[in-house]
Design a binder for this molecule. Structure first.
Ligand SMILES: C[S@@+](CC[C@H](N)C(=O)[O-])C[C@H]1O[C@@H](n2cnc3c(N)ncnc32)[C@H](O)[C@@H]1O
Length: 203
């Protein structure tokens, strides 16, 4: 029987699969961060669905970073983040229910936003409650319509909520939420793999 995304990923934190995600997502995340951090001399940062917190630990070392927060619904992921970085700011919360104490200039999210029944509502929530004026959301997606080699993941991972949308549908979700200057591109495309779809826009 399939399980919820946070139940499955909490298990992944205890069997080391979180470290595999870090290795597999690193190149796309570097591309996303390079794009998103260059526009601000100083920026505050949230990683939405931070897993074990590896991106938060990386970003908080950047000279322009004024604060870095990680949020994830999987208890074992957040326990691991706290263990690896006891002084870090990590929250074990459902992204749809959580609101930061202070809005930030950059929200990053790698391989997360399609695990929601209504991803458009999540984008709207982030737009309205998380981001400062002119703030940016940048998301990376490996599970999308134009990447057929990902389509079997709900079965192979045993996850009950994974929403398959096209690149154009993701762009529309961003625009409907109110994001401006929406752009998309792919990172790391090769034979049999369409690459990580990156979508971004500003408030
Ligand atoms: C594929 S993992 C990616 C983790 C991390 N971004 C990385 O690249 O290593 C997806 C993450 O989204 C989190 N997640 C899924 N649904 C969530 C929800 N409703 N609220 C909070 N986190 C959620 C999972 O717990 C999991 O850690």
């Amino acid at each position: 029987m399939k399980k919820s995304p946070v139940a499955v990923f909490s298990t992944w934190a205890t069997n080391g699969k979180d470290e595999g995600m870090e290795r597999n997502h690193k190149a796309a995340v570097e591309n996303m961060l390079e794009f998103a951090t260059e526009e601000h001399a100083h920026f505050s940062f949230i990683d939405a669905g931070c897993g074990n917190g590896w991106v938060v630990r990386q970003v908080q070392q950047l000279p322009g970073c004024t604060s870095a927060v990680g949020v994830d619904g999987a208890a074992h992921m957040i326990a691991k983040a706290n263990q690896l970085d006891p002084k870090g700011n990590y929250f074990c919360e459902d992204l749809m229910a959580w609101t930061p104490k202070e809005k930030v200039s950059l929200v990053h999210s790698m391989e997360v936003v399609y695990y929601f029944k209504a991803p458009d509502a999540l984008l709207q929530h982030i737009y309205t409650h998380w981001l400062l004026p002119k703030g940016r959301l940048i998301v990376g997606l490996d599970f999308y319509l134009e990447n057929p080699s990902s389509h079997g993941w709900p079965e192979s991972c045993g996850i009950d909520t994974m929403q398959l949308f096209s690149e154009n549908q993701w762009i529309q979700f961003f625009e409907q939420a109110g994001f401006q200057g929406v752009q998309s591109w792919r990172v790391g495309a090769k034979e049999g793999w369409s690459g990580t779809l990156v979508v971004t826009g500003t408030v």
